[in-house]
Each structure stands twice: as C-alpha cells, then as structure tokens.
Design a protein around this ligand. Structure first.
Ligand code: UD1
Length: 457
C-alpha cells in the first residue's frame, strides 16, 4: 500500500460537475464471481482502485487472464476476465491479507472446482471482522472446511500480518454442493454474497434468510443471472437461488459507487459549495440525503433518459443531527466518517452511533487535531460531537479507508494547509480522489514525502 501524502490547501468552495465511478463493493465480488465460469466475462466501468488490483492479482494467481480495455462507445474502463482452468489450489497469503474482500474467492472456487485452500483475509482495522458466517453458510451447502494454523513467513522487513506470526489456512472440499436454507445472524453483505455465489452451482434450491439488501448484492445477483444463474429476490431479506449445472460468460456494467456519491455530497456541503454528480443513483443514498437535508443541505435530482444525477449544495453552517448507521436501507456505515466530519462544523451537538462495526471511530483522534470537539464512548459505539464554528489545518495519519475520507473532508474545510499522511488506505476505495476533488476547485497535491515539520499555532 502506498504511503503517499496529500497536501491540502483548505478553505476553497467546491463547485462543478463530476462523474461517480463504478462501485468498489460491487466490482470486488463480481470479479470473484467470474471464477464460476470457464468462459470470458467482461466487466464495465471498473474503477482503478488498489483493492481491484489486489483482486485481479489473486485471479491471475489462480490462472485467470485479465485484460484491461475501454468500451468503444462509452470509453469506460473494462476488464475482460477468463479463468479457463485453475493452475493452483492455494490462494496467495500475501495478497489475501491485503484486504478482507479476498474471502469472496472462497465460495466460487469451491462451487466450480470442488476444493480449494484460502488463507485468512486481512483488511481495515474496524475491530474484529470474523468470517464465521461465510464458513457456516458454505458448510450448510455441504462443504467440509478444515482450519489449520501455520507460522507465517515474515516479509522483507521482518513483519508478519498477525502479531503472533500465525496464519490460518481454510481447506474447503465439496464433491458437489447442495441447496440449503441458511439464516444469517445479521444481514452480512459479504456472507450473503459468498453464499449466493456458491449456491448458483449447488444442486437444488438454496434460501438465504436475513440476507443483506445492499444495492451491491442486487448488482452481483444481476451479474450472476446474466451468467445463467437463477437468483431471485436479491434486495429482499429472503434470497432464493436455484442451482444450475454451469454458468457462461457475460458482460455487465457495475452500478455507480454510492459511497463515493455520498462522500462527494458531503464534500460540497462541508466547503459551502455546490456540486452535481453524474452517474449517481438517488435511491442508493436516500438515508444519507435525509440526514443531509435535516442538516440544511440542499439536495436535488436531475434525471435524463440516460442517467440520473444528484446535486448537493450548502450555504452557512450545518445544523447538528443525531444519526445511526445500519444495514441497507439504513445509513451506510461507510458514510458515517464523512458525515461525522460535517457534524464537527455543525451548529449544536450530534450523537453518532455505528451499529455495524465495533471500532469505526479510529479517525476521531485525527478530527480532534483539526480542532473538532468530541467524546468517544467505545462500548456504546457512540461519538458525541460538539460542533465548532470552524476547524484549523492539521497534520494527520490516515487510520483506514473511510476514516481517511473524513480527514480529507476536514482538511478541505480548514483554511490553510493540512497534511494527510498514508493516503494508500484511501486509494483502496476512491478512484483518483484528488483529481476529482481538484476538478471541483479543491487544491490537493499528492507527494511521496512530506518532511516539512508541521507546526500549527
Ligand atoms: C461490506 C462492505 C464494507 C461495509 C460493510 C458493512 C464490501 C466489499 N465491503 O463489508 O465496505 O462497511 O459491508 O456495510 O462489500 N460479521 C461477522 N461474521 C461474518 C461476517 C460478518 O461477525 O462472517 C460481522 C462483521 O464483523 C460486522 C458485521 O457483521 O460487524 C457486518 O459485516 P459485513 O456486512 O459482513 O461486512 P463486509 O461484507 O465485510
């Protein structure tokens, strides 16, 4: 992961039009789903992201050919993927530990080849992120999964991904998966997707109860159906999958990234600006729009026969709003850090609760160094923010992907120069974030080193 730094001259109003790219959280499971067929799949509007590169490297490791191109008519970036036959049984531990979404390969590899070994996935430090529901779901479909621990080989700097230097190997076998009813304890996005992918090639009917309803789950189901799968009711709490003998190649355009959409809406609000977002789906950011509206942000829609657009603009200080994250259609936990940054400048006090991840406030210290005033209640997964009339520039280190977005937003709103270190986390999920923001009037420079001794009065 790159350790680049952003130097941000804050205090500029963002204004203009920008296009939202394809959704990271759609493209990762969709790329994994290409494993399910020996034919070629073409995925359109694939954002250039560090996480997408990790997923394509994992696919190549198993023997896939991945060719980058662009659509003749739209110019959108495409990836053509084909895994004719796998050349190895075991996933690459160094790539798997780079991101949590690497676990998406487990269901498809097992369903198509009947056996695989994957190593433990890594990811953002949002607290414990187990994969037990993925494993339980696949076991219910008839897989036997053994876990063994081995000592991890340290990298060139002598570091290991686990503090104890251990790595877990999940060896999964199933001669033929069979349909089952799986009731998830919580509507986990990843578990729903992994089980759904595996069930497409299982014998008979599978039902996922308490399934995640996120738009990315629906997008994956649409791709699977384009490949010949029979997935019904994706987007509801009860998904039914009727297994088929084989899947074929398909072409699919991923949905717009609703987290990028929401982050850019907040960027307009926090800088007192006005932006129009092309390729944005209002329904996907409804919960966010409601909160922003209560805070005094103007939000409008512009629809054409070809695409929908969302506008967001703000004058004056936002009003404080209490909010809580939850599974879709509630507010996305991935948008909580950005909204929290906005509340730091609100008129009044906001109580923010994240019900999805146990540790989603790692960026709070960073916001405080911009002059934000808040109190963290870790056990209750709550943050109480006392809005301030203004923020001051700071020098901070990015703790995780969405926390990084919050710190960038705080810097955009702070007149003067801020230094945001370790933006590699942000590159995992936001495509060319600085060019998009600069096009709207931000002043952001990416540098390799930032040795300036930062001194803030
Ligand atoms: C996905 C998104 C991520 C988003 C999250 C919640 C992708 C690639 N990533 O992550 O951006 O923040 O949804 O909307 O789509 N859990 C378990 N056991 C499991 C699985 C999950 O305990 O086997 C817990 C997690 O620790 C977490 C909660 O369930 O507390 C929700 O996680 P989940 O919905 O699975 O998130 P991801 O799919 O990892």
């Amino acid at each position: 992961m790159s350790s680049d730094t952003f130097l941000i001259e804050g205090g500029h109003r963002l204004e203009g039009v920008v296009r939202v790219g394809g959704a990271k959280n759609s493209v990762l499971p969709i790329l994994a789903a290409t494993i399910l067929t020996e034919d070629t799949c073409v995925i359109e509007d694939v954002p250039r992201l560090a996480d997408e590169r990790i997923m394509t490297s994992i696919l190549r490791h198993f023997g896939a050919t991945v060719t980058e191109g662009s659509d003749l008519h739209t110019g959108l970036r495409t990836l053509e993927v084909r895994l004719a036959q796998k050349v190895t049984n075991t996933s690459p531990p160094n790539l798997m530990k780079e991101m949590r979404s690497s676990i998406f390969i487990l269901g498809p590899l097992l369903a198509r080849f009947g056996e695989t070994t994957v190593t433990q996935p890594g990811g953002c430090s949002l607290g414990e992120r187990p994969i037990d529901w993925h494993l339980e779901g696949l076991k219910a479909l008839g897989a036997s999964i053994d876990v063994r621990e081995e000592l991890e080989r340290p990298d060139v700097d002598g570091r290991t991904s686990d503090p104890d230097g251990k790595i877990s190997y999940y060896h999964a076998v199933a001669r033929k998966l069979h349909g089952a009813t799986i009731s998830l304890p919580f509507p986990s996005v990843g578990a729903t997707e992994n089980i759904m992918m595996a069930a497409t090639l299982a014998g008979g009917e599978s039902v996922i109860l308490n399934a995640a309803r996120e738009p990315e789950v629906v997008d994956l189901a649409n791709f699977l159906n384009a490949m010949g799968a029979k997935v019904r009711f994706a987007g509801s709490e009860r998904i039914i999958i009727t297994g088929v003998e084989r899947l074929h190649g398909a072409t699919h355009r991923v949905i717009p990234d609703r987290i990028e959409t929401g982050t850019l809406m907040v960027a307009a609000a926090i800088t007192g600006g006005e932006v129009l977002l092309e390729n944005a789906i209002p329904e996907h950011v409804e919960a966010l729009s409601r909160i922003l509206h209560s805070a005094g942000v103007r939000i409008w829609e512009e629809n054409s026969p070809y695409e929908s657009r969302i506008g967001a603009g703000m004058t004056g200080r936002p009003s404080a709003v209490d909010f809580e994250t939850g599974p879709y259609p509630h507010l996305a936990t991935d948008l909580q850090p950005a909204l929290t940054a906005l509340m730091c400048l609100a008129n009044g006090r906001s109580l923010i609760t994240d019900t999805v991840f146990p540790n989603r406030f790692a960026f709070a210290d960073g916001l405080q160094s911009f002059g934000a005033v808040m109190e963290h209640f870790p056990k209750a997964r709550r943050l109480l923010v006392e809005g301030q009339p203004s923020l001051k520039p700071s020098d901070v280190v990015v703790p995780d992907l969405r926390g990084g977005a919050a710190l960038i937003l705080a810097a955009l709103a702070s007149p003067g120069i801020s230094c945001i270190r370790g933006v590699g986390h942000v590159d995992r999920g936001y495509e060319a974030v600085e060019s998009k923001l600069n096009r709207l009037g931000a002043v952001i420079k990416r540098v390799k080193n930032c040795d300036i001794p930062w001194d803030h009065p």
